[in-house]
Design a protein around this ligand. Sequence first.
Ligand SMILES: [Mn+2]
Length: 397
Amino acid sequence: MKIAIVSDLHIGYERFRKDAYAQAKEALMMAAERADAIIIPGDIFDTRFPKPDVIAEAIGIFKELREKEFGARIVGFEGLGKIYTDKPVLAIPGTHERRTSDTEDPVDLLNLTSLLADIGMGVVVIEKDGERVAVTGIAGVVEERFGDALKEYAGRRIDGAFNILMFHQSLYELLPFNDSFLRMEELPVGFDLYVNGHIHSRFESTVHGKHFLIPGSTVLTQLKDGETEKKGFFVYDTKARTYEFVHINSRSFQSLKVDADSVKEGTLLREIEERVEDAVSKNGQGCIIRIEINGKSKAVKRLGIDMQEIAKKFKNDAVIEISKKGFEEVSDDEKRSEIFSDISNVSVKDLGIGILMAELKKNGYDLSIGPAELFELLSSGEKKDKVIAKAMDELLG
Ligand SMILES: [Mn+2]
C-alpha cells in the first residue's frame, strides 16, 4: 500500500496566507493521485480558533479531496470519539489546534463533517486488496504527558497488519535544549514505521531498525536555514518498505549571510544588492530572501535605514526579511522579537509551560494536578475558576 505523509499545512497562516492555502491544496491533491491513503500528523490549521473564512478554506480543500478515488478504505477504528467516513484521510490534531481533551478543536469539525477521520487518540485499520495497515494516532500533547499517552495507546498494535505510529511532538535529537523532549530511542518498539509532525523541516532517520519520517511543513513559517529546501511530502510503500519525497511548487527561500567586516568600507550596500539580485535570478521572482548581516564594522550601524531601501527596491521581485541581530544600534524590543522568532520551533504554549514549571519548582509546588495540566486549564479559560479554587484549597487547606 502507498501511504502519503503530509504534515503541518498551517492553513490560515497570516504571513503567507495564500501560500499556506495553495501549497496545502497542491500537496493533498498530489498525494491523492500518488497514494492509496493520506496521513496527516498534525497542524492542519495554524490556530486553535481559526476564523470562519479559514475554516471555509480548509473545508473547500478537504471536500475536493473527498471526491478522489482512494485505493484503500477504512475498515475499523477503536479509540476516543467517533469517525464518520471510510475514506483513508487520517489526521491527528497538532499543538496548534489542540484544546483541552473535552472540548472541540477545529480538526474535530472536519471529522464531524466526515471530511477526514480524526484518529487523535486511537487506532484505525485501512485495507486494500487484502493488505491491512494500522495507524495508531496520538494527538499533540504537552511533552511530559507524551509518555503516558504512549503507554495507553502504543500497545494497541494490530497483528498481521503493517503498523504505523503517528504523533506530533518535539524531538530532542533536533531540539536539544529541553530535557522533557522525546528521545527517539524512547519510542516503543514494534511499529513498522514512525511518523512525526511538528518539526517544520524535513527529517529522515531510523529508530529500532525502522524508518522514522518527518515531512516538514508544506508552507514556510520559520525562515530558518533548515527551511531553504523545497517543501513537499513523503510517499511510503509498505510492501517494499521504501519511500520517496515528492516536491510541491512551494515558494523558494534563501538565507544570505553577509560579513560586513570583510567588505570594503562603503561598498556594503552594493554587495548586498548584488547578492540579492543573484538570489532572485537563481530562485525566481517572488522568492523569500532573509539577509543576516554580521560584523563589528561601522557600516553595519547605518544599515537600519538603508536596508529598508533594499526591501523597497526589490519589492516586486522578492519578499525581503532582514535580520537585525548583528546590528549595533538595535533596540531591546527588536532583539527580543527576533530571539522569539528564533525559538518559534517551540510553541508559545511549551515555552509558557517551561516557565511555569520552573517557577512552581522554585516555590515548592506539590499539588495533585501536574504543572502541564494546570497550565492547560488556566490558559484554556474553561474551568479556570474551579482549578484556582482547588489549588487554593490545597494550598490553604
Ligand atoms: Mn506546525
